[in-house]
Each structure stands twice: as C-alpha cells, then as structure tokens.
Design a protein around this ligand. Structure first.
Ligand SMILES: Nc1ncnc2c1ncn2[C@@H]1O[C@H](COP(=O)(O)OP(=O)(O)OP(=O)(O)O)[C@@H](O)[C@H]1O
Length: 223
C-alpha cells in the first residue's frame, strides 16, 4: 500500500445564515483507511462530506489535503477528490459510458482511452451492458452503480461517498464495499456516509455525528 496524504479537518464549521449545520469538526481522514460516518438523518453527514471535499466553503476552520485547502473558491472539487453523491449528479441525456468517461476527459484523458476505462469501470460494477443506455432510462440501483463507477474510474487520492449502497441488494453492496476497500488498499482516503451498520462495520474507523457535531472518539480497527 502506498499511503497518500491525510484529509485534515480542523475546527471545521458551516453555517447557513445564523444556523450552524456543522460545528467544531476536528478529524484526520487518513490515506489507506476506510472511514464510516454515521448519524441520524439530518445529523450533517452530507454537509460534512461537501465541506471536507471542497464543494462548500467552510464558515470556520479548514479542510486541507496535503496542506492545501480543498475549497478552491468555486465549489468545483479538486481533481484529486472524487465524490459519489446522494443525488448522483449524472447527466440525464448522456449514456452511462459518457457519464463515466467525462470524469476522465475532464482530467485530460483522451476520449478513446477515457471510453475504454469507463467501460472497464462499468464492468467492475457489473453494469457493462448498460454503457450505451441513457441514464434517464436506468433504475435507482443501476444509477447508483454508474455514479460509483464514475467516482472509481479516476483513481483519485480521495473518495468521498454519500450513502453509496442505499439502492443496492446485499450481493451488490458487498461488491461495492470490496471495490472501496481496494481503493483504500491502493492508498486512497475513503470516507463513506452510511445508515447501514454492515457498511459501517466493514470500515476501519467509525465516527458518529449528531446535530452537526462529531460524537465521542472514533473506533479504530486494526487490519
Ligand atoms: N443548503 C442548506 N440550507 C439549509 N439547511 C440545509 C442545507 N443543506 C442541509 N441543510 C440542513 O442541514 C442539516 C444536515 O443535513 P445533511 O444533509 O448534512 O444531513 P445527513 O446526515 O446527510 O442526512 P441524511 O442521512 O438524511 O442524508 C439538515 O437539518 C438539513 O435540513
């Protein structure tokens, strides 16, 4: 395993108007580890992933990767951060292959190679046969797998996944967790927000949230 940089959150807070959605988040998200974020609906998991990954500007504190703030002033994530979002963010009129390929093309990969790598990523998620289908024709679980393929295909140093298995059957969920484990093993920071105790158990570290704050210290599991 080649460990990469840690995603460091220091005094991180996020407010909408005067309402705090996140407060006082201090957390190291290390390379080579899978970290679960749990907490009831509305506890702040999605907001934390968004601020940590540079989609939202922190109201207080910092989120840094290798010393550089993840917020780059625009809300566009840095190329070294890949997201699986709850509302997948796929482009409806594009095919599944094009949605995955575009993540690589945006990072400078030539179209032919990007398409080939997109097909391989879709195959890893067992949706190779859907490559040519427009995503608006896909089921919830199929969409989720395309969104995961799009995040995995770029082999980013950081993978932030919001409820990545919520639409999946147990077998497919296990396959996705194995793929996320492989990302951690190649040295990525992998963070998974989840309501599923089995998914949290499959992670190395576990942090619970309530009302925009982290609860007691996370659990570390030796692997
Ligand atoms: N842009 C926004 N403006 C105002 N409030 C927001 C905004 N985004 C989120 N919230 C509120 O922030 C709180 C945290 O939401 P968040 O989506 O981070 O929770 P979550 O733990 O991911 O929930 P779930 O498990 O349902 O996905 C909620 O009370 C939500 O209503």
């Amino acid at each position: 395993m080649s460990a990469g940089p840690t995603l460091e959150l220091r005094g991180l807070g996020f407010r909408v108007g005067s309402r705090p959605l996140l407060e006082g988040i201090d957390l190291d998200l290390p390379a080579g580890r899978m970290t679960a974020l749990t907490g009831s609906s509305g506890s702040g998991k999605t907001t934390l992933l968004s601020v940590a990954g540079g989609l939202l500007e922190p109201s207080e504190g910092t989120a840094t990767l290798d010393g550089r703030p993840t917020w780059r002033g625009t809300g566009d994530p840095a190329p070294d951060i890949a997201f699986v979002l709850q509302v997948y963010g796929l482009v409806p009129i594009l095919s599944a292959r094009e949605n995955v390929s575009v993540a690589l093309r945006a990072r400078g990969v030539a179209p032919r190679e990007a398409d080939a790598r997109a097909d391989a990523a879709l195959a890893e998620l067992h949706v190779a046969d859907l490559g040519g289908r427009q995503v608006e024709e896909l089921s919830g679980g199929q969409l989720q797998r395309v969104a995961i393929a799009r995040a995995l295909v770029v082999r980013a140093p950081v993978l932030l996944a919001d409820e990545p298995t919520s639409e999946l059957d147990p077998t497919t969920r296990g396959q996705v967790m194995a793929l996320l484990r492989a990302e951690a093993e190649r040295g990525a920071v992998v963070v998974v927000a989840t309501h599923d105790p089995d998914v949290a158990d499959a992670c190395d570290e576990h942090h619970a949230m309530a009302e925009g704050r982290l609860l007691a210290r996370g659990r570390r599991v030796a692997r």
